[in-house]
Ligand binder design. Structure first.
Ligand code: ZN
Ligand code: ZN
Length: 349
């Protein structure tokens, strides 16, 4: 099946319209007509070869929502017409300890939705900036939100699960003070989710102008992290911090805000390391510095159902596929509230 997509032929070239092929439907495959695809910061890093090993042509996109167009003979979990989602994972080994625990995201042989090695032409996976995708049923999620919200559901498939998984793993809930650092694509979801889980949410931003916006998202308090007096007032007061910032920064400034036994979990992926942290900030209060990467398939379904139940979607700006290069430039200037989503209908025109 030949379809239209948007991608790049090299790291120093803009994205452009191209034709790609999808594999013939296998017995356990689901063919999805893509309706919307979110634009993740990872897409920019990968397509521009800022991370190692980009394979070209590169078609990014791992925040996919759409409608089932066809199913293979042995597909039991999805039916034609169903609304579904595909996130960052389209295959894994299914034999290792991580896969056994439903944590395919940590499987050494996890295959990403784009730029992952596959037997399909051209030898690597091509993502959701495209009209259709064919995915094994195991990696296809049910979407139970109303159809009218579908575009704003798309970012849940990466930004949503990336923030939901650590909040759940570190058992965030009522009675806890939780910090969310950074109010972008990831951070705005972190605020909404932590709030829905019943935590008291303190949002941290470098920009005074985001104070009111953070409150509207569900933050109980907002701290401008450049203001040292404001930061000092929160010393040793937080149970958990979700740090979504994807540029190198001073982690100690935030570790100092944790209570004894508190954890700060990093989910942003900067291209270069953070400055080394002062060990005394950890040992002095038995604090932990941790990391977390997306989430497994069962937990992604749990997150989608949690969001459907609580009426949670991302804040988005809908764009046409031919606006993607301009959207990347705006993302690099933090000029998006808070996630771009491609309207896949624009790929046909
Ligand atoms: Zn992503
Ligand atoms: Zn595995």
């Amino acid at each position: 099946m030949t379809i239209k997509a948007y991608g790049a032929h090299a790291g120093d070239q803009p994205l452009e319209s191209m034709e790609i092929t999808r594999r013939t439907l296998g017995a356990e495959d689901v063919q999805i007509e893509i309706l919307f695809c979110g634009v993740c910061h990872s897409d920019i890093h990968q397509v521009r070869s800022e991370w190692a090993g980009t394979r070209y042509p590169c078609v990014p996109g791992h925040e996919i929502v759409g409608r089932v167009a066809a199913v293979g003979a042995q597909v039991s979990s999805h039916r034609v017409g169903d609304l579904v989602g595909v996130g960052c994972i389209v295959d894994s080994c299914q034999h290792c300890e991580d896969c056994g625990a439903g944590l395919e995201n940590y499987c050494d042989r996890m295959v990403g939705t784009y730029n992952g090695k596959t037997a399909d032409a051209p030898g690597h996976t091509l993502g959701g900036y495209s009209q259709q995708i064919v995915v094994h049923q195991r990696y296809v999620l049910h979407v139970r939100h109303p159809e009218a919200q579908l575009a704003a559901v798309a970012p849940l498939l990466c930004a949503g699960i990336t923030t939901y998984s650590p909040l759940r793993h570190w058992k965030v809930g009522p009675g806890q003070k939780v910090g969310v650092v950074g109010i972008g694509g990831l951070g705005h979801m972190g605020i909404k989710l932590a709030h829905a889980m019943g935590a008291h949410v303190v949002a941290f931003t470098t920009s005074e102008s985001k104070r009111e916006a953070a409150k509207a998202l569900g933050a109980d308090e907002v701290v401008v992290s450049r203001n040292t007096a404001e930061m000092a007032a929160y010393a040793k007061r937080l149970d958990f911090i979700l740090n979504t910032v994807a540029v190198p920064h001073d982690l100690d400034a935030f570790l100092a805000l944790l209570k004894r036994d508190g954890t700060m979990t990093l989910v942003g992926a900067p291209a270069s390391p953070h400055p080394a942290s002062n060990v005394f900030n950890l040992v002095g209060k038995r604090r932990s510095l941790a990391g977390s990467m997306i989430g497994g398939i069962p937990e992604t379904q749990e997150m989608l159902d949690f969001c459907a139940k609580h009426g949670i979607v991302a804040e988005i700006e809908l764009i046409r596929a031919d606006q993607i290069n301009q959207a990347y430039e705006r993302m690099l200037k933090n000029d998006v509230k808070y996630r771009f989503v491609i309207d896949s209908a624009s790929l046909g025109g």
